[in-house]
Ligand binder design. Structure first.
Ligand SMILES: [Zn+2]
Length: 449
């Protein structure tokens, strides 16, 4: 296996240094590491492909000037669609998109066909991830059989399987039955699991199409009220505290939800929460276009909600950013709003959106980004080999990012099999230059390897 010497890179925005990735780990950090001859880096373009095998002949040099090194990103909320909807995404294409976005690990949601509600299906997804080799894939197990919300799935068998499932979710649907939710929270304590809830009170959101407000009335689209999210989050926080278990709240979208999570944390309850990049940046007035590219669940909310989410992410109330990458083939999105599928792509743009909404306005520094997009999601998912600081001896899961770059999002360039990005044509800051998974480059010079 070749080694990589990243010259003059800024780890988490700190002073430039050299970073040697060798034998799957961070082998050395500091000036003049790896080159006892003192040979200087070749004059490659900024972050360009390695162009030297100087000195020790298997060491490839990457010019890290101007680049920030972050720990490999970990997504707690990805839809890879395989098995069953390989027309939308496969484990291979989805993990390619993940690598291009700087991710070294993703959690694959259970709403596949068949549903990932048995040891057999989660092992299949886990194995596909290993075979593809772009990103470690951690399957999420369904909470209930077939996501039907009627009986608990084989949580223990999935936890004991080769996939070692620790995160369970019916995402796409809410575990709305309070008794089932309580049983699930109790059950996963045995193996330190967590229930990741898609908080959506079903009766309050029947036929819901967009954020409930003045605009939904004017557009004639059925509203999805904030209270339908907040009521479930409040209930689940109380249940988790009552049984002493871990709750994770998926895609928090309202200011009221942020308040409820903040209050639960103040009480010392074991509750974590995520926000999605699209909820940090985009607002419900985009529905005025009637373009279903903006249709997502939970829906885009108001400017006040995006501000509350940003503040919550900054102060740690919201623990992590998760993408809710949700690929759909064009026939499921290129139709009238009411008939279109919910969801948008997210893996390849997540870091740029976080830079735009959090880093550039000064709400978060790069250490804060590492915490919310790598360390914390790995902790919540109980993933040992990811989410570690870039230190000597740590697994070489590293992303090199150029925050000074600008790029225009071009859907046709996506590695995803789907094209439903809401950022098409938008200019975003930053560019992932390289991603290393256990020291192997999955992305180099911005290109898949
Ligand atoms: Zn969801």
């Amino acid at each position: 296996m070749s080694a990589y010497l990243v010259k003059n890179v800024s780890i988490l925005g700190g002073e430039p240094t050299d970073l040697l990735l060798e034998d799957g780990v961070v082998a050395a950090i500091g000036s003049d590491v790896g080159f006892e001859t003192g040979a200087s880096a070749p004059s490659s373009t900024n972050g360009g492909a390695p162009s030297s095998t100087n000195g020790t002949d298997e060491v490839e040099v990457v010019d890290g000037t101007g680049l920030v090194a972050l720990p490999g990103l970990v997504d707690l909320h990805t839809h890879l669609r395989e098995p069953g909807r390989e027309d939308a995404e496969t484990v291979e294409s989805g993990t390619q998109a993940a690598a291009l976005g700087g991710f070294t690990a993703v959690h694959a949601m259970a709403n596949t066909e068949p549903v990932a509600d048995t040891a057999g299906v989660v092992e299949q997804v886990w194995r596909l991830g290993r075979e593809a080799g772009y990103c470690d894939v951690y399957p999420v197990g369904a909470v209930t059989v077939g996501l039907a919300g009627e009986q608990l799935a084989e949580l223990g068998a999935m936890a004991d399987s080769a996939a070692r499932v620790r995160v369970f979710s019916d995402d796409g649907r809410c575990v709305s039955d309070a008794v089932l939710m309580r049983r699930a929270l109790e059950y996963v304590k045995a193996f330190d699991g967590v229930i990741a809830q898609h908080a959506q009170e079903p009766r309050l959101t029947e036929g819901a199409q967009m954020n409930e407000g003045e605009l939904s009335g004017r557009l004639g689209l059925t509203g999805w009220p904030a209270v339908a999210e907040e009521a479930i989050i409040a209930r689940d926080c109380l249940l988790a505290a009552h049984v002493g278990s871990r709750l994770h709240v998926c895609h928090v979208s309202t200011a009221g939800s942020v308040e409820i999570v903040r209050d639960a944390k103040r009480k010392g309850w074991n509750v974590t929460a995520e926000a999605c990049p699209h909820h940090l940046l985009l607002t419900d007035d985009l529905a005025e276009t009637y373009d279903p590219i903006y249709k997502v669940n939970p829906p885009l909310r108001s400017t006040a909600d995006t501000q509350a989410l940003r503040a919550g992410l900054a102060d740690g109330t919201i623990d992590i950013v998760a993408t809710d990458h949700a690929p759909h083939p064009h026939e499921d999105k290129d139709c009238e709003w009411a008939a279109a599928a919910f969801g948008m792509l997210g893996l390849e743009t997540a870091l740029s959106i976080v830079q735009e909404t959090m880093v550039d306005p000064g709400l978060l520094d790069w250490a804060g980004v590492a915490e919310r997009m790598s360390y914390a999601p790995a902790r919540i998912g109980r993933v040992a080999d990811h989410g570690q600081p870039i230190e000597v001896g740590a697994p070489a899961n590293v992303v090199l990012y150029d925050p000074a770059a600008r790029r225009t999002v071009e859907p046709a360039e996506s590695a995803s099999l789907s094209r439903n990005t809401p950022y098409a044509g938008m200019e975003l800051p930053g560019r992932v230059v390289a991603t290393f998974l256990r020291g192997k480059a999955t992305v180099l010079d911005g290109k898949l390897q």
